[in-house]
Design a protein around this ligand. Sequence first.
Ligand code: C2E
Ligand code: CA
Ligand code: CA
Length: 702
Amino acid sequence: MNKQKNIHIITSILIIVAIFIGIIIIQKNYENTLLKKSEISIKQRAEETSTFIYNQIYTNKTYLKSTGDLLSKVLSNSFYDISNENIMYISNVFNDINSSNNLVTSLYFTDNSTGNIINSTGRMDLKDSKADFRTRNWYKAAKESKDPVISDVYNDINGDKQCITMSYAVYKDNNFIGVVSTDIFLEDMSNYLSNLLDNNSSSLYLLSPTGKVIIYHDKNILGKTLSQNNIHGKEIYIYSSYIYGLNWKIVISPYADILEKDLYNNLFMISLIGFILCCILLITTNYYIDNLYKISTLTGLNTRYKLMHDSKRNCSLSPVYLLFISIKELNSVNIEYGYNITDLFLKNYAELLRKLFDDKANIYSLNEKDFILTFKSTNYKEILDYVNNCLIDLQHCEVIIKNNKVKADAFLAFLELNCNEIKNLNIYLPKIEEVVKELKHGNKSFVSGKLEQFIIDVEGGKEGLIFLQKAIKEDKIVPFFQPLTNIKTHESETYEVLMRIKDEDRYLSPYPYIIMAEKYNLIQAIDLMVLDKALDYKTKIDKEDRLIFAFNMSGRALNDIEYLNKVNSVIDKYGIKHENIVLEITETQNIENLAELIKVINEFKKSNYKFSIDDFGTGFSSIYYLKNIPADYVKIDGSFIKDINAKDENLYLVKSIINMAKAFELKVVAEFVESKEILETLENINVDYAQGYYIGKPSSSI
Ligand code: C2E
Ligand code: CA
Ligand code: CA
């Protein structure tokens, strides 16, 4: 269940991750569309700006050209001939153009032969001028071109302002006479364009062919070289294009800051919404999973998960009493009736538990076949009494479902858990389950006690099993013989064969191993081994075949004809008279199988075998049992014999057993005869045979 919960949590995390990835993809798409949109607008703006600048420059070029043509007309070949009147005229023309044009602020003509200048204020001789313009690149470039040319960015004559010069060669009668030019200050041009273009054009750059910034709102950058991809030290989205007819390049990254801000604002919002969604989803799935795992969908009872949860909270110092109920052979119900009926059966069982224990205990469905009840009360006796009262109902559940009589037995373990065990139920629950699994297939269908004792027994049991298997393999299982004496004749003709396990120089009593051997289906093999060895010994020491040997038969052996045939053939192998063989059967046989048992015994009795009812007085012994089982002997359980002289009630009980036995013509055997006094008492009350340490201890030889 925990594993399943983990799987669910992992899946829900995966879903959340998937949603998160989805959101990121949406974000990315959004980012892309935003960029696309801004790209289009950048492109558009760049084109607009580019056309605008082109128009401006084109107009200026036209002005320059027409000024040049005018100069060519007004000026004579020789600058010396020029009249003051003409100079005034030219200056005026320059002035007019200057004031009518926003970009062109200073038109001037440089005479080629003298280097003298005419500008809007009049004439300036070379000697008064700060520089000889004829040496300038723009001058030379104009001379070589028929069209106006534009210079690269350079520092103006005063050395403090970035400017470019637009120049045009003037010819008179095909003679080059000088250059008309205008200086355009980048700052002015930038201001002018910035004013013309909208305010957001702050990220618009105009670059000269050498990459120098001609236009930018930050004056400090004007004239500086700009690497296209590294504007402001970071990569941003830009668009660049050349302006037609010029080598100027327009670089535009409008909205660079705005775009980022916009984008990040939106991304933040989307992330926030995504995050909140994920949180809500996580909380709801967790809540859902929690509930799902706290209540069993089949029975509606609390689950193992809830049990773990509750055990952490309810930790007190007093012990906790817990009833573990495990439905046996649910699989066969499944096979016989199908899953639907099985489910209904379990629902019914859960209902029964509710009816019986709702006010007394918390009820949990551990898995489909196991239930756990934790009692609210800490009064051991009170709870145990109550459980005992309900025992039959719980152990043998029979319900009619869709006309089917569905029946299943349950195994119950009433366990006392100490504070530590309940606190660490995550560790102890698997141990409890292991204990139940071990005990479930044993003879008892109800056990009670402290959990720790069960754990020790079961864990020890595993080692025991290994030990037993090794003993079988290494042929360490041997028979011992304990005499039964005929109290009247004092003769010992009968011996009970008892198994021992040879462990180095000791012989171990089989008792704990027998239970295990029954559980792991080893008992029949062991019994056959003991039978074979005992009879082999008998043939050696009792050639006349006078002695009677009594063998213990394990609980289920008498239901197994195949096994009984094997027993028969071992006996016949040694040619032992059947009347010299007694088979001791215990009362733990299921009463329901009594008819079958009687049939088998009768069958064997036809072959002259003798039977003895062992441990009489402990189980469901009844007069009915004595009457109907066609046995020859009844062996009164040793627990009544060993203190028969100390406890009157034992004496009366033994006496009544003797009376019953005699009525059905059975011989009476008493075991655990440990003293002379006991033997005397037994003799007085007409017991036929005595067995016990006083008569003779079990021994490897006779
Ligand atoms: P059980 O059939 O009741 O055997 C009698 C037990 O009482 C034996 O214990 C015996 O050693 C012990 N006993 C005999 N006299 C006295 C006495 O005076 N005082 C006391 N306190 N005990 C006495 P053991 O040999 O330990 O066997 C225990 C049980 O194991 C047997 O109980 C029997 O049910 C089972 N068992 C023994 N051998 C075999 C076997 O080969 N096959 C099967 N299936 N069961 C066996
Ligand atoms: Ca016996
Ligand atoms: Ca016994």
